[in-house]
Design a protein around this ligand. Structure first.
Ligand code: UD1
Ligand code: MG
Length: 456
């Protein structure tokens, strides 16, 4: 189904609730699922459905939400007087907008763009009386209808929405519920919202009242149905964890369908923005934070933690590697166990295989960085750069005291502390000369043994 391009659609995202059940100093919609704040998921969905402009309704002291949703507009709802009141706060920001307005919730992050397209299509579909609905509500039939608003439907379409608290026992029997998501013609929305009054069980301005008002005015209302899983709202940390699990299952499936092998997929955690190429293989228990790109044919072995990193084709990372932001792993490069890489580029075929820290550095093509090598990049005040040339061989346990440069093809001896630049093709050694004391160890043991005997 394609959207009706002739009617532009704007969105109002309701996010003024503090979410007291989260028991958090952070506004509810800032809690992340797959490394992205809930409200970020909503914005991504709206973008995919080509819905713009977007106005987000936030509460006072929610600057962090405003920053996160920028450059989208934010308006502040000072007093939380209900969903109808919240939507009205966005009116000035959309006063010149003509078209449809979609109301979405910042704490309902999984609505599929396809479902929004279906709602738009429903706006254009005539009912048996030849009437196109002015309001389309997204409904669903949850296992437990609980406190959800109920959708009262007749042969002529949606008649009204009744909140559970205001419903009669018979109305509460209705299984079709209001997801809260609604699409309406802008002029109709503003017109009907003006009549909403807080004369109900909660004493709130209910957005849902506009459906009954519309029917009284002779306008049409329709329902589009969605899945319970896509319409789940998140109110607590437990629900957040459930949402995370659902979203991870989706991500893993998508990544496998795109041609990657996941070994024990249920143990691998991705971010919403992780990009995984074809014929990538990922071992068990790896975690991908935001901003990771894996090109084709990359291998990530078990137990890696990777964020803000790019891994090029043919590279092998892990087991037990940590790639931090700015790690740029070149073609066919290797990163091995207990290696941490931050803000550093490994050029083609470079190897850092064991127990190393490489930060603020370049490792030239085919260079080999020996076990236990450390780039000492921080002097307590400034971060400095280390440059390792192509084909260089860094001996085990070398400390590279940045800023420092090791030339192409140069070598450092085991345990070297490199404070000055090393010219190309040179060898640098910085340890004292080795002396062997013949027979010393045997004599030492004999003395110690005699001492022990005496004490007895
Ligand atoms: C609302 C619907 C109900 C629906 C349910 C779905 C109304 C009257 N009821 O009920 O029919 O089944 O959602 O989850 O609309 N918000 C504000 N400002 C406010 C009030 C709410 O921004 O003054 C935001 C909240 O942050 C939340 C959303 O609107 O994201 C819904 O508010 P909530 O109080 O949870 O509404 P419900 O009572 O659950
Ligand atoms: Mg709610």
């Amino acid at each position: 189904m394609t959207a009706d391009k002739s009617s532009p659609t704007a969105a109002i995202v309701l996010a003024a609730g503090i979410g007291s059940r989260m028991r958090s100093a952070l506004p509810k919609v800032m809690h992340a699922i797959a490394g992205r704040p809930m409200v970020g998921h909503v914005l991504a969905t709206l973008a995919e459905a080509e819905i713009a402009p977007i106005v987000v309704v936030i509460g006072p002291d929610m600057d962090i939400v405003a920053k996160t949703v920028w450059p989208h507009a934010c308006v502040i709802q000072k007093d939380r007087l209900g969903t109808g009141h919240a939507v009205l706060q966005a009116k000035p920001a959309l006063s010149v907008f003509k078209g449809d307005i979609l109301i979405a919730y910042g704490d309902t992050p999984f609505v599929a763009p396809e479902t929004l397209r279906k709602m738009r299509a429903a706006r254009a579909r005539e009912n048996k009386n030849g009437q196109k609905p002015d309001i389309v509500v997204l409904g669903f039939s949850p296992k437990d209808p609980g406190a959800y608003g109920r959708l009262i439907v007749s042969a002529d379409g949606l008649e009204r929405i009744i909140e559970a608290k205001d419903a009669t026992p018979a109305e509460r029997e209705v299984g079709l519920c209001n997801s809260g998501i609604m699409l309406a013609d802008a002029a109709v929305l503003w017109d009907l919202l003006a009549d909403v009054r807080p004369n109900n069980a909660k004493g709130e301005y209910y957005l849902t009242d506009i459906v009954g008002f519309a029917r009284k005015a002779g306008l049409g209302c329709a329902v589009v149905e969605g899945d319970e899983e896509e319409l789940m709202g998140i109110n607590s940390r437990v629900e957040l964890a459930e949402a995370e699990a659902i979203f991870q299952r989706r991500l893993r499936r998508q990544i496998m369908e795109n041609g990657a092998t996941l070994i024990a997929p249920e143990t691998i955690y991705f971010s919403a923005d992780t990009k995984v190429g074809r014929d990538v293989e990922i071992g068990p228990f790896s975690v991908f934070g935001p901003g990771v790109v894996l090109d084709d044919n990359v291998t990530v072995k078990a137990f890696c933690h990777i964020e803000g990193a790019h891994i090029s084709a043919g590279a092998i990372v892990g087991p037990y590697s940590r790639l931090r932001p700015g790690a740029d792993i070149g073609k066919d490069a290797h990163v091995g166990n207990f290696v941490e890489i931050k803000n550093a580029r490994l050029e083609e075929g470079a190897k850092v295989n064991h127990l190393s820290y490489v930060g603020d550095a370049r490792v030239g093509a085919k260079a080999n960085v020996g076990a236990g090598t450390i780039t000492a990049n921080y002097d307590g005040f400034n971060k400095s750069h280390t440059d390792i040339g192509a084909g260089a061989s860094i001996g085990s346990n070398t400390v590279l005291v940045a800023p420092v440069k090791v030339g192409d093809g140069a070598m450092t001896g085991a345990g070297a502390v490199v404070r000055k630049d090393v010219p190309s093709d040179a060898l640098t050694l910085s340890e004292g000369r080795q002396k062997n004391h013949e027979g010393f160890a045997a004599k030492y043991r004999a003395v110690k043994k005699a001492e022990k005997e005496k004490k007895k």
